[in-house]
Design a protein around this ligand. Structure first.
Ligand code: DSN
Length: 407
């Protein structure tokens, strides 16, 4: 037992003395960590508030209702399910609710910054049991998508659902354009806002709520909550199918999952409540400002950025001009306490385990209170490491000491 606690302590120390630049990671709140370690972890609660298969759920019902109501209020939607264990099961539940095996899922290809659960072919459930229809990025087009080409593909392939969601796309998504295409072909439009949910509620990325039928999101990225996910149905979604919420509830339980993780749901309620505050809006704004400065500074140091920059919390560096692959770069940076991940670039000539790029972002360093000046410092440190000039472990530790992880 002690061994485990020692490892947890070491992980805490590792996080304290390194820069968390993986854009999908973040620090949650101490209140969320308390909820995760609470007595709720002991309880089974299959079903939904007021309709459980086990007794003793008086308080479980209230916790889940709080989370549902916070989610509806925060995103301005009439329906929320807060039970998905994480993002992948949330997306799976939507497909199981709406599609039959073999129906088409149209999503952004992985190498352009999509996600495995958006219909990636052959190796994922979403591409094996459903028809995989892929669209890509087009750096030549304004807004980086060729909407005419995407429309033609949708008209030809007739997907049942069009998924718009990204894990490595640094620009603002044009929900309206995707909605026009989905509406024209009669498809559901699902917005997976896992990466940008905190930016959406913080007012620095447009909300998909007026355009999509369904929204899914993890809760542990820019939202700063515990690991978990939510599925939302919009007014537009209920207009298309008044039973959409009911179908999604049934697909989550009993379709896909067993007992909900009530401790996570309590943490989700806390994080959503905090995400509605003015200080969270300030945080979201600073995340975007920090990313913009980091991107500009890296560009001035001759790094190539996919799409030439960023509008959101992340950026992808194409390292081909530096003569180092993404995996090697990520490992080198880790030796200097700078933690990020290797990432494919659009039309990557390299294989996924040794891709041509790295992905980095500012949600976690912004929680530590770092601002524009520190972003310039971080860009300089990355430059020194990747140009083979210096290991900057000492400098990174000093920077981290100046900005402790808040309680
Ligand atoms: N693993 C997440 C990310 O890093 O973006 C996506 O699921």
């Amino acid at each position: 037992m002690e061994e485990v606690f020692e490892l947890i302590k070491k992980e805490e120390e590792r996080q304290a003395r390194t820069l968390m630049l993986i854009p999908s990671e973040n620090y949650t709140y101490s209140e969320v960590r308390s909820a995760l370690g609470s007595f709720l972890v002991h309880k089974y609660a299959e079903g939904y508030p007021g309709k459980r298969y086990y007794q003793g759920n008086e308080f479980a019902d209230q916790v889940e209702t709080l989370a549902v109501e916070e989610a509806k209020k925060l995103f301005g939607v009439p329906f929320a399910n807060v039970q998905p264990y994480s993002g992948s099961p949330a997306n799976a539940a939507v497909y199981f609710a709406l599609l039959n095996p073999g129906d088409g899922i149209m999503g952004l290809e992985l190498s352009s910054g999509g996600h495995l659960t958006h219909g990636h072919p052959k190796i994922t459930f979403s591409g094996k049991y459903f028809e995989s229809i892929r669209y890509g990025l087009d750096p030549e087009k304004e807004k980086y998508f060729d909407f005419e080409k995407i429309r033609e593909l949708a008209l030809k392939e007739k997907p049942k659902i069009i998924v718009v969601g990204t894990t490595a796309f640094p620009r603002t998504l044009n929900w309206e354009k995707f909605a026009q295409i989905a509406d024209e072909v009669g498809a559901y439009l699902m917005a997976d806002i896992s990466h940008i949910a905190g930016l959406v509620v913080g007012g620095v990325h447009p909300s998909p709520a007026p355009y999509a039928h369904i929204i899914t999101s993890t809760t542990h990225k820019t939202l700063r909550g515990p690991r978990g996910a939510i599925i939302l149905v919009t007014d537009k979604g209920l207009k298309k199918d008044k039973d959409l919420g009911e179908k999604i509830n049934k697909a989550v339980f009993p379709g896909l999952q067993g007992g909900p993780h009530l401790h996570s749901i309590a943490g989700i309620a806390i994080a959503l409540k905090k995400a509605g505050s003015n200080s969270f809006r300030d945080y979201a704004r600073q995340v975007v400002k920090n990313a913009a400065v980091l991107a500009e500074e890296l560009k001035s140091l001759d790094f190539d950025l996919v799409t030439g920059g960023t509008d959101n919390h992340l950026m992808v560096l194409d390292l081909r001009n530096i003569g180092i692959d993404g995996k090697k770069a990520a490992v080198l940076l880790e030796e200097s306490g700078i933690i990020l991940n290797a990432n494919t670039i659009p039309n990557d000539p390299n294989p996924p385990f040794r891709p041509s790029g790295i992905r980095l972002g500012t949600p976690a360093v912004t929680v530590r209170g770092m601002k524009e000046e520190e972003m310039k410092e971080i860009a300089g440190l990355i430059n020194l490491v990747l140009k083979g000039k210096k290991n900057v472990l000492k400098e990174v530790e000093t920077l981290c000491e100046r900005f402790p992880i808040p309680e």
